[in-house]
Design a protein around this ligand. Structure first.
Ligand code: AMP
Ligand code: MG
Length: 418
């Protein structure tokens, strides 16, 4: 049995994983997806010179001496609302009423905002015959020039970019109503154990509810995958094998099982996987969650996570999440981590320990307090946690006041995309 650090195990796992193929989807559904191809703009942004204010387009030269006491008076020769470009060529000493976003008429080189004129009308109103301008403007004032933001032909987004609302906005602006993104990983989820019943039942003597199927499905969704729940397999070789075959039939990109991979008498998962694939049982120097199995079933990468729910979830965060992010096309897969001051001592057995904690900013410092009992079955302290404080490999105790790193559980490298 190999003995690996968390980082070594992550490296060994990711050596087996690459980005999935692309698919083309509607831009409206692309939040949280990852671009499979670079995107080039088909137009300048803005596409044409336009006004950044409601006001009057003119030649700056014509109002060079204008002041509040001695306004310059200009005839108004055109009305140019947004979306309705005017064919006029503005003559020196004339003005055109213009709204925000409307195309600058030829001949004009500046805008005077309506607030700096004697036009008191607001909203739809008749075009005044002339306008008094109360201040001077420079050539270019309140004009947004074509291509200021983006040039036609410019690469605006690289392949591998995570699509946040900002990227969705830019994609709309450059005409990508359909986008080519990396396909979402399909993750088959298998719970094993004779003791398990589904959550809609009251567990009888010796039984417990199947927590891991729901916990891992939620994590798969959170990290951009499609969960394929396989249900519960009893502790029999044929039952586990039937579920694994169902994962293959459903086109799983990854299979994640929980429980059944330690050295207990009924731990059959590894035998079932090994029959048509390969499996290594690793002792990762991590707490919670020492036993971790990784391999493949009929060529599909396979994880065997520990059975205890908190162990299953925290090993998922450290090992399965990076695989999902890489499969989904991202190169950055690290969990956001900050430096915190621990407010109480945290003990460890020397394995890299992920302690459930509540982190908050107090007096300009990030402070961490344990969020409750740290047993690997104890969900209540995970519910009360917003972070995992890391006691490094080889360290037996962090004293109160020590500086440590904390993974922030709710600072997403992604959000829930569904
Ligand atoms: P095992 O890895 O089979 O030895 O299981 C370790 C612990 O995790 C035992 O207490 C199991 O009852 C528990 N466990 C296993 N699978 C689940 C599950 N799907 N939901 C909740 N607890 C589980
Ligand atoms: Mg079991």
């Amino acid at each position: 049995m190999e003995m690996l650090s968390v980082a070594e195990a992550q490296r060994a796992i990711l050596a087996n994983v690459k980005s999935l193929e692309s698919e083309t989807i509607d831009l409206l559904t692309a939040l949280g997806r990852v671009l499979a191809e670079e995107v080039v703009s088909d137009i300048d942004l803005p596409p044409f010179d336009n006004s950044s204010m409601d006001g009057y387009a003119l030649q700056a030269q014509a109002v060079i001496d204008a002041t509040p006491d001695r306004p310059a008076r200009l005839p108004v020769v055109a009305d140019i609302p947004a979306g309705h470009p005017s064919p006029i060529e503005l003559a020196a000493g004339t003005a055109a009423r213009i709204t925000t976003g409307a195309m600058l008429p030829r001949g004009a080189d500046a805008i005077v905002p309506v607030e700096d004129t004697d036009d008191e009308a607001r909203g739809a109103s008749p075009l005044p015959a002339s306008i008094g301008v109360r201040r001077a403007v420079k050539s270019g004032d309140f004009v947004r020039y074509a291509g200021d933001d983006v040039r036609r032909g410019e690469r605006v987004l690289a392949a591998g970019t995570l699509l946040r609302p900002a990227e969705i906005a830019l994609l709309a602006a450059v005409g990508q109503a359909q986008v080519c993104v990396v396909r979402r990983p399909r993750v088959a989820l298998l719970a094993t154990g004779d003791e398990l019943v589904e959550p809609d039942r009251v567990p009888g003597p010796g039984k417990i509810r199947n927590v891991n199927a729901y916990a891992t499905a939620a994590l798969v969704l959170q990290y951009g995958g499609v969960p394929l729940p396989l249900g519960i397999a009893a502790d029999r070789l044929e039952a586990v094998t039937a579920k694994l075959e169902s994962a293959i039939e459903q086109g799983a990109d990854l299979i994640v099982a929980s429980a059944g991979v330690s050295v207990g008498a009924y731990d059959l998962v590894k035998d079932a996987v090994a029959a048509h694939g390969a499996i290594d049982l690793w002792r990762v120097r991590m707490r919670p969650g020492k036993p971790l199995a990784f391999g493949n079933y009929r060529g599909v990468p396979f994880f065997g996570l520990p059975g205890n729910p908190v162990s299953a979830m925290l090993t998922f965060e450290q090992f399965v999440r990076p695989v999902l992010r890489v499969m989904a096309g991202l190169t950055q897969w690290h969990k956001p981590t900050i430096e915190v001051i621990v407010q109480e001592a945290i003990d460890s057995d020397g394995r890299e320990t992920y302690a459930r904690a509540w982190v908050e900013r107090v007096d300009g410092q990030w402070q961490a307090r344990l969020s409750g009992g740290q047993g690997s079955n104890m969900l209540s302290s995970l519910v009360r946690a917003n972070a995992l404080v890391i006691v490094p490999d080889g360290v037996q105790r962090l004293e109160a006041g020590a500086v440590a790193r904390a993974q922030m559980l709710d600072w997403p490298d992604s959000i829930n995309w569904v």
